[in-house]
Write a protein that binds this ligand. Structure first.
Ligand code: HEM
Length: 429
């Protein structure tokens, strides 16, 4: 998705705004549209040609209100536009598509194994993955499409966390992208709808067989799910399968785009990259600003539980509300100078990981991986340059870059460091 700075006074006809169309995020630019909506119609209704409709929520505090309050806005009917108007079969079974207390019962035990504290011992392993899977490409010295490489990166740490065999990782990565960008020509297999159905079918079938064969035990996340108690009972087979799917999708489709978009932002803001090189303690701030800037999860949806008012607008029971996270993260009432990429922005309470009870459970893992990656990048790269056309993912759910060819000028001594890391995987921080 392009990230632009809307020009004051730019003509946007709110009657023809189409935030549903995945092509907007591949070849268009939603930022001027979101900007106009925040100013003129912060709660805006869009009706599709087939009669289905949804409310777009574009201001930060409204987005938080919707995401925070399950008594008014439920997740059980589906949380993504791709299934607008259809009952989500995962409703009440998958954590992401449940409301408290079912949601809380599943989430609490999982939080224990997905917290920063539980995962911090994995840092050396993830640092090795950073070198083997990402930075080793710098040794080739030519043009490196960092977006393509980044697409496989989360699978390497989530796959091992979940206990999934490495031989399955490439196909699983492809399937998760097909599920979120079924109309993108690079990932489409047949029609858009057919791609979505086929990806879901294969993923659920894969996890169903994998879970049945799994011996159990707490060595990996799938084993943990099979033994976990939620609300005084073990999870059923379908609940385990849905949650495996959700964990994998959550990790695979978002993290790569945070990487590519943050690297692009640092190329476009060379002063910020120079600050980072001079002071690596700024890496966590840069990662957070990259997340705000890119907002890789573009939207999440809820349905109104009863008739209600939001910012004075009447919402009827059963209406769908779509919170646009990329818009909330540019709300000028919350973020001073929101179109400025500032790695020392404080405070930076972005909603890239959502807000409220469904706040991303993978955020600690994602942050560990992103911090390690950018720590290592700043150790070895003096400067990146764009070396070819940038291509964006066709998806209304994931704001993503699928191709970002670049060249890198390495720092003094970096080649040796990269070679050592590639050879034996031992990298001293
Ligand atoms: C940069 C990376 C990531 C971004 C931007 C991101 C974004 C989000 C957002 C916005 C939500 C809120 C959904 C809602 O309100 O309905 C969420 C939830 C979730 N994410 Fe992530 N995510 C990332 C990484 C991960 C990773 C690494 C995992 C798994 C290992 C993961 C698994 C999940 C799950 C299972 C949920 C549902 C949580 C719940 O319902 O309580 N995510 N994510």
């Amino acid at each position: 998705m392009r990230i632009s700075v809307p020009v004051e006074g730019q003509e946007i006809d709110l009657d023809t705004v189409d935030l549903f169309d995945p092509r907007l995020y591949a070849t268009g630019d939603p930022h001027p549209v979101w900007h106009a909506l925040r100013q003129r119609a912060p709660i805006h209704r869009q009706t599709l040609p087939d009669g289905r409709s949804f409310w777009s929520v574009t201001k930060y505090h409204d987005v938080n209100d919707v995401l925070r309050d399950h008594t008014r806005f439920t997740s059980t009917k589906g949380t993504l536009l791709s299934i607008l108007g259809a009952q989500d079969p995962a409703g009440g079974k998958m954590m992401a598509a449940s409301d408290p207390p079912t949601h809380t019962a599943m989430r609490e035990p999982l939080m224990k194994v997905m917290s920063h504290r539980a995962l911090k011992d994995r840092q050396p392993q993830i640092r090795r993955i950073v070198h083997r899977r990402m930075l080793s490409h710098l040794l080739d010295g030519g043009v490196w499409d960092i977006a393509t490489t980044a697409a496989d990166f989360p699978m390497a740490f989530t796959g091992s966390l979940m206990g999934l065999p490495e031989r399955d990782w490439p196909r699983l990565t492809k399937l998760t992208t097909m599920a979120v960008a079924p109309t993108d020509s690079e990932f489409q297999e047949g029609s858009g709808h057919g791609t979505l159905v086929a990806a879901h079918h294969e993923l659920f079938d894969y996890f169903s067989r994998f879970v049945r064969r799994h011996p159990g035990g707490d060595d990996d996340l799938v084993g943990f799910l099979t033994g976990m108690e939620a609300g005084g009972r073990r999870l059923r087979h379908d609940e385990i399968v849905y949650n495996c799917y959700s964990l994998l999708l959550g990790a695979n489709v978002t993290t790569p785009h945070a990487i590519a978009s943050t690297v692009l932002a640092l190329i476009e803001h060379p002063d910020e990259y120079r600050r980072l090189l001079a002071d690596p303690s700024l890496v966590p701030g840069a990662v957070d600003e990259g997340l705000r800037w890119s907002s890789p999860a573009n939207h999440f949806m809820r349905y109104a539980v009863h008739d209600l008012e939001l910012r004075g607008v009447s919402i009827k029971q059963g209406d769908a509300l779509v919170t646009w996270l990329g818009s909330a993260n540019r709300d000028e009432d919350v973020f001073p100078d929101p179109y400025r990429f500032d790695i020392t922005r404080r405070p930076n309470r972005h909603v890239a990981f959502g807000f409220g009870p469904h706040y991303c459970i993978g955020a600690p893992l994602a942050k560990i991986a992103l911090n390690l990656l950018f720590e290592e990048i700043t150790r070895v790269v003096e400067r990146f340059e764009v070396a070819g056309p940038i291509e964006h993912l066709e998806s209304n759910f994931v704001a993503g870059i699928k191709h970002l060819p670049l060249t890198a000028r390495l720092r003094d001594g970096a080649e040796e460091l990269l070679r050592d890391a590639a050879r034996d995987g031992l990298v001293e921080a």
